[in-house]
Structures are given as structure tokens and as C-alpha cells.
Write a protein that binds this ligand. Structure first.
Ligand code: GTR
Length: 358
């Protein structure tokens, strides 16, 4: 094992709870154990509330969207449970030149379709579709568990130790969007992906971990509780994130404040739930809070699972330049100069990687 991983004293992902060594054949069994650990200790489990999903296309723009190169569909999704109903929208942008199209599902921060910060035209030109939804429309980014979809899971607005937090709810919404997209003939079901930046990068990883219909998963500067290893992190630590944003996670996660070494997992467990599907992790060199080295080492640590499953891990590099692209494996990694931001350069690299791997 690489010294940098040895020195972090990571828990062994390839040992079953009962001590047996994991093989390719027994990986599905180990995968269930890993998922259970992360459900209990990191993002939490959503209560099993029976629901019905309805969706319809509220608006279609077929002729003029992006100068006629693409089409836009505004989809209204309504979730109904015994506790009430909640509606949120998804904005599907599809390229006309590729049909069926590979599509990225992406949660965004704002309430509107963020065409001002997301290079939609370039993404369509690359031959990809993009389906954005606004996380505040799903449920507010705060401790209010009666807001939006959260209120359907927690009718009294309260949750217990291992109940799912806001990341689990935003990720669940991505899966409901997948339900709708996978009925559309112009969406390629073998090339549905999930992507997100920062807290929504953590969300994308969780969506991909919980829902294997996402064939490719992309984390952009997801950092702590995302792709970055928690043990010996040089950036944000469990205590910082659970102090500021306790509502993103299961309450249980906060018990690891200043006790990362006691965690029965590290973030490579989260990445392992995505194996053997293509996984892409990208960092910004100046985004020290997200710990770019920890993100790369997360990729290196998960590579043993990809290799066990007959895939290729990330390339092992002694040092990572500020501008660096490692696309040879099924776990891809890149780093670009600059700060915490979902840049056009990130999109170019993501598209190049997914085009090659899917
Ligand atoms: C920060 C948080 C990070 C990251 C970021 C974001 O304040 O500490 O983990 O998620 O917010 O989502 O913008």
C-alpha cells in the first residue's frame, strides 16, 4: 500500500466485519456493509415513507433554446405521501445533435436555473445534456426539517440520531428526477450521470452511492464528507462541518468531532459504493478547505476496490501539480489552478472523461 495511505491509518475496506477478506465475488456483500455504515454514521437513513411520484413537462422550448442547438424541458415533479405533497422542478437541457443523449443530473444552489454560472451551451456542444434542480426548492439548506420534501419524511420536523439529513434528501430528489428521465426516449439510460459542486458534490456522491442507475458520478471540490479523506485532513474537519452544518448529515456524524480516527469508515468507503462505475473527482489547487491532497488520496484509496472488480484505479503520482489531469483509470482525478468554484475548465475535463469511459 502507498505510504501516504498507510500513514493515515485508514480502516480496511476489504475486510468484512467478521474478518473475512473480500473478493470480487463477495464484494456485493461487503458493499452492503459499507452502505450500512455510511447510512448510520454519515448521511443518515430516510424513513421508509410510502410515496407516489407524478411528473409532467410544464414547458418545452424546442426552437430557440441555445440558438436552436438544444431543447429545454421544465419538468414538475410532485411527491405525495400520507403526510402531504411537495412539488419541485427540474430543468432538462438536451443537445439536438445527440439522441439519445448522455445526461448529467445536477443540484444547484440557487432557486433559478443557473445559466449564468453553468456553461450550458458548451455542455450541449460537447454532446451532453444537463438536468438541473434547485436544492432550496427540494428542501431548505438549514435545520428546518419541516421544509419541502423534508416535511414529508419528518411530519413533526424532528429526526433521530441516524435519520437522513439534507444531503440524503437532495440526493433522493436526484433519484426521483432519474425516475422521470429514464422514461424519456431522448435520454440515454446507459449514460445517466450525477454531478455536483461542494456541498452538492457531497450530494452527488451520495446520490451515486445510493442509486446505481447513475452510471457515472462526478464530485467537484466536495471536500470534507465528500471525496476527501477525513483522517489527517489539512482542511475542513468533522467538527467544523458538523458545527456549521449539522443538518446536512445524520446527527450521529457529529460524534466524530476531533475523533476522526474512531470513525468506522473514511471517505474512500463512500467512493467505493460507486465502484465499478466511472468516478471522477476534481479539485482546485487553491481550495485548501476541501483539502485537494485528501481528495486525491481518497481516489487512490478507493482504487483497490476498482482493481478488485477488474477496473483501473487512479494513476499513482508522487506529487500532483496544480494543473494536472489523470484520466487513464476508471477513477479519474484532475486538479486545476484557482479557487472554490465550478469552472468551465472543470466541465471540459468532466465531459472528456465521461465521453471516454461511458
Ligand atoms: C463550506 C463547507 C464546505 C462546502 C462549502 C459549500 O462552507 O464548509 O464543506 O460544502 O461550504 O458547499 O459551498
Amino acid at each position: 500500500m502507498d505510504d501516504r495511505l498507510m500513514n493515515r491509518h485508514l480502516p480496511d475496506m476489504l475486510a468484512m466485519k467478521d474478518g473475512r477478506r473480500v473478493t470480487a465475488n463477495s464484494w456485493p456483500e461487503r458493499r452492503r456493509e459499507v452502505a450500512e455504515i455510511l447510512c448510520n454514521e454519515l448521511n443518515g437513513i430516510l424513513p421508509d415513507v410510502p410515496y407516489a411520484l407524478d411528473w409532467n413537462v410544464e414547458k418545452t422550448e424546442d426552437h430557440f433554446f441555445m440558438g436552436g442547438k438544444g431543447c429545454l424541458r421544465v419538468i414538475r415533479l410532485t411527491v405525495r405521501t400520507q403526510h402531504g405533497e411537495h412539488t419541485f422542478r427540474a430543468y432538462l437541457c438536451l443537445p439536438k445533435a445527440v439522441n439519445p443523449a448522455p445526461v448529467f443530473v445536477m443540484a444547484s444552489f440557487g432557486r433559478m436555473m443557473p445559466v449564468d454560472t453553468i456553461p450550458v451551451e458548451e455542455i450541449l456542444d460537447e454532446g451532453f445534456g444537463l438536468c438541473m434542480y434547485a436544492c432550496p426548492e427540494v428542501t431548505s439548506d438549514d435545520g428546518d426539517f419541516s421544509s419541502g420534501l423534508a416535511g414529508l419524511f419528518y411530519p413533526d420536523g424532528e429526526r433521530t440520531e441516524h435519520d437522513g439529513g439534507k444531503i440524503a434528501i437532495w440526493a433522493w430528489a436526484a433519484s426521483r428526477i432519474a425516475d422521470a428521465l429514464l422514461t424519456m426516449p431522448d435520454v440515454d439510460p446507459g449514460k445517466l450521470m450525477v454531478v455536483g459542486h461542494s456541498r452538492l458534490g457531497k450530494t452527488a456522491l451520495w446520490a451515486g452511492a445510493m442509486d446505481t442507475r447513475f452510471q457515472g458520478v462526478v464530485s467537484v471540490q466536495s471536500g470534507c464528507a465528500g471525496a476527501s479523506l477525513a483522517r489527517y485532513s489539512a482542511g475542513e474537519r468533522v467538527g467544523n462541518i458538523t458545527g456549521n452544518f449539522p443538518f446536512w448529515f445524520a446527527k450521529a456524524y457529529a460524534q466524530y468531532t476531533d475523533r476522526e480516527s474512531a470513525m468506522p469508515f473514511d471517505q474512500h468507503y463512500l467512493l467505493a459504493l460507486i465502484a465499478p462505475r466511472p468516478l471522477y473527482v476534481t479539485s482546485a489547487a487553491g481550495d485548501l478547505w476541501a483539502d485537494p491532497l485528501g481528495e486525491y488520496l481518497g481516489c487512490l484509496a478507493v482504487s483497490e476496490v476498482y482493481e478488485l472488480l477488474g477496473k483501473k484505479g487512479v494513476r499513482n503520482e508522487d506529487s500532483i501539480a496544480d494543473d494536472c489531469v489523470l484520466h487513464d483509470g476508471d477513477v479519474g482525478y484532475s486538479r486545476r489552478p484557482g479557487n472554490h468554484f465550478f469552472s468551465r475548465m472543470d466541465w471540459q475535463r468532466i465531459c472528456a472523461f465521461m465521453r471516454e469511459k461511458l
